[in-house]
Write a protein that binds this ligand. Structure first.
Ligand SMILES: Cc1cc2nc3c(=O)[nH]c(=O)nc-3n(C[C@H](O)[C@H](O)[C@H](O)COP(=O)(O)OP(=O)(O)OC[C@H]3O[C@@H](n4cnc5c(N)ncnc54)[C@H](O)[C@@H]3O)c2cc1C
Length: 397
């Protein structure tokens, strides 16, 4: 019987893990991706207009390189018997497993948080977009509240006027009251001081009201309550409150980091689970220079490739390659202000304004998508060289 490599999760990491595994294994293994839908959701763009367009059908790509697809939700894992069980009671066996189940936004533990909008998945982003459309048609002057002033909250709040324009309400777009809330005393706490002044200028120019050092205690569909007893009326509340590894990762034995990610070794193995590799937002991996990879597309694309390569190498008795990704860059969309690109873990700003925006557009519309021609050769060119080097700059967050 031929050996098989199973990949759970068809996001950025899972898709490229399957491609890399096929490149290395050639015809020596069956490769299967199991995921909820055969769709690569372009999560980094879900703050943008037209979220309904922001996914790619992966079946044609997988078919081209003879990778199977199973639609389903993985709910259980037996690492001794090497079996993954799905929600419909199907059992899938594996010789090598790659867990690439990504992450989910964590909602704050306050009443009403489950009902607030978010842009974490395509379905959630589309629900928020429908609300924006209703408000745009009302022609009133709504208050839109974004909770969480990290990467996503900053990008989303700076996009909201143009989201209204996209719904045909150009005049109302200029009158929306946008409030960005964070319990931290600064915007972009996890971005550090490097890009902060540029971000603050963009927020000021976009007339976004900041409520910093503000802890929320409850949410309703039209109201945010704060710990100091004050409250704010709102027409839509959208959360951007950080991400955590997907619940499936609980099935993998071993150490976790503070984001619930599985701490992996340099070859991206789960040390507590023989034959299991972990990729993307589910993995806490050292980038090779003492830094932990982030829950970012930039890292997921590369970790996915290395995990896929190593799963296949291991199966074929070849030595594994260590994961490393030494060049870290950030590209943050600042709406009408442009975008910034930063370099290094201290995030030194290297590009701003229109130049930054052109790069962000290239990342968002080209670099994070599977190759446009979709040819088998292009897909299998999923070498494990550092992605930032491959694109001779770029990367994303
Ligand atoms: C609004 C937003 C903006 C972002 N902006 C940026 C940015 O500018 N730059 C950047 O680098 N990153 C950005 N990110 C982060 C980036 O999207 C993630 O780091 C990236 O998607 C991680 O890829 P992944 O493959 O690990 O996980 P995901 O993309 O989350 O894919 C996981 C896949 O696994 C499937 N899955 C999960 N659990 C199961 C299960 N139990 N069974 C079957 N299938 C399952 C999911 O349905 C999904 O298809 C952003 C994210 C969001 C939400």
């Amino acid at each position: 019987m031929s050996k098989n490599i199973l990949v759970i999760g068809g996001g950025f990491a899972g898709f490229w893990a399957a491609m890399a595994a096929r490149r290395v294994a050639k015809s020596a293994a069956d490769i299967t991706v199991v995921s909820r839908e055969p769709r690569l959701e372009i999560r980094p763009r879900l703050y943008e207009a037209r979220p309904d367009t922001l996914a790619v059908d992966v079946l044609p790509y997988l078919n081209k390189v003879d990778v199977n697809f199973v639609r389903g939700e993985a709910v259980g894992l037996d690492t001794t018997a090497k079996i993954v069980s799905l929600d419909d009671a199907t059992c899938l066996t594996y010789d090598r497993l790659i867990v690439a189940t990504g992450s989910r936004m964590c909602r704050p533990p306050v009443p009403g948080a489950a009902e607030a909008y978010s842009v974490d998945t395509q379905a959630e982003a589309m629900a928020f977009d429908r609300r924006l459309n209703e408000l745009a048609r009302d022609k009133k002057d709504p208050t839109l509240v974004v909770v969480g002033a990290g990467f996503t909250g900053i990008e989303l709040s700076l996009e909201l006027r143009d989201r209204f324009v996209a719904h045909g309400a150009a005049e109302a777009a200029e009158r929306i009251h946008i409030v960005l809330i964070d319990r931290s005393d600064v915007v972009g706490p996890e971005l550090g001081p490097g890009p902060r002044s540029e971000i603050e200028r963009a927020l000021q120019s976009a007339r976004i009201e900041l409520r910093l050092g503000a802890t929320i205690t409850a949410l309703a569909s039209n109201r945010v309550s704060f710990v100091d007893g004050s409250a704010l009326s709102a027409d839509a509340i959208v959360l951007a409150t950080g991400m955590r590894a997907s619940p499936f990762t609980d099935n993998v034995p071993g150490e976790r980091d503070e984001l619930g990610r599985i701490v992996v070794d340099a070859e991206l193995r789960a040390p507590g689970a023989p034959d299991v590799f972990v990729a993307g937002d589910a993995a806490a991996a050292d980038t090779g220079d003492g830094h932990r990879a982030l829950q970012s597309c930039q890292h997921a694309l590369q970790i996915g490739r290395v995990a896929g390569e190593n799963a296949a190498r291991d199966l074929l008795g070849m030595p594994a390659v260590p994961y490393s990704q030494l060049n870290y860059v950030t590209c943050l969309d600042l709406g009408r202000w442009g975008a910034i690109r930063t370099q290094g873990w201290d995030r030194r700003v290297e590009l701003t304004g229109a130049e930054g925006k052109a790069l962000k557009r290239k990342i968002n519309t080209k670099l994070i998508y599977p190759p446009a021609d979709g040819g088998a050769e292009a897909l299998l060119a999923s070498s494990t060289i550092d992605i930032v080097k491959r694109y001779a700059i770029d990367g994303s967050r």
